[in-house]
Design a protein around this ligand. Structure first.
Ligand SMILES: Nc1ncnc2c1ncn2[C@@H]1O[C@H](COP(=O)(O)OP(=O)(O)OP(=O)(O)O)[C@@H](O)[C@H]1O
Length: 229
């Protein structure tokens, strides 16, 4: 028998709206987005440049204010939380991968994956074991002590993937995670990313321009004129 509680969506958006005003002009970027992502589900977010994909990921990532509507993460209504509680919700449930790796330049690969775990309260030993396991699964066993500048673009993104998964988030948010890589490398990194996310049982929402890569995910949603179709 399946557990009904486990079927609660890990993310639920209801009538999410966001407008930006610039120079007296208001642009309504998100005009009532509705979305539910189930545990373990991997969803591709497609949409032309400027359609609001990053804006939507920032909303779910609780990184920006200015939104109206419901944003629920793991059953908690995020809009009613204080700043500290939002930070805790983000830290406990979400992982992030961006187009550019944002790794700490003065720390090596394993340290970049260890640090967020120590912030979350793990011991160094536990964190190092987990980091080594993730980086090894991503083919970086021989690169653990390399700094970001000593890694290729694909390797840097793999470290960023390991960092995002380090604290076992229920949901990974990825904004063009392979957007700055050549096609062959992008394919390989995405393949490994999806395999690892599936293996971990995390859900993911992955913004991409690439229709072909989107087809490898469980579901595709498209932002068009401020709503999902
Ligand atoms: N802080 C801001 N101030 C004003 N306008 C903004 C701001 N952030 C985003 N926008 C506008 O909102 C729209 C959506 O931007 P967003 O970055 O979410 O699109 P996107 O789909 O992620 O685009 P891309 O695929 O090019 O990354 C754009 O027209 C952008 O100019």
């Amino acid at each position: 028998m399946s557990d009904p509680v486990a079927k609660n969506p890990v993310v639920r958006l209801r009538d999410l709206r966001r407008s930006f005003s610039q120079g007296g002009v208001t642009i309504d970027v998100l005009r009532g987005v509705n979305l539910e992502i189930r545990p373990g589900e991997i969803v591709a977010l497609l949409g032309p440049s400027g359609s609001g994909k990053s804006t939507m990921l920032q909303a779910i990532g609780l990184l920006e204010g200015g939104f109206s509507g419901l944003i629920e993460i793991a059953g908690t209504n995020a809009s009613q939380l204080s700043g500290d509680d939002r930070t805790a919700l983000r830290r406990d449930h979400l992982g992030f991968v961006y187009q550019f790796h944002h790794l700490l330049p003065d720390f090596n690969a394993i340290e970049n994956v260890v640090l967020p775990q120590m912030v979350a309260g793990k011991t160094r030993g536990e964190a190092e074991t987990r980091a080594a396991e993730l980086l090894t699964a991503l083919g970086l066993a021989k690169r653990l002590d390399h700094r970001p500048s000593q890694l290729s673009g694909g390797e840097q993104q793999r470290v960023a993937v390991a960092r995002a998964l380090a604290n076992r988030p229920e949901m990974v948010l990825a904004d063009e995670p392979t957007g700055n890589l050549d096609e062959a490398t992008a394919d390989r990194v995405l393949e490994e990313f999806l395999k690892l996310v599936r293996g971990e049982g995390s859900a993911a929402l992955i913004a991409t321009h690439n229709e072909r890569l989107a087809l490898r995910m469980d579901r595709v949603v498209r932002l068009h004129e401020g709503v999902l179709e």
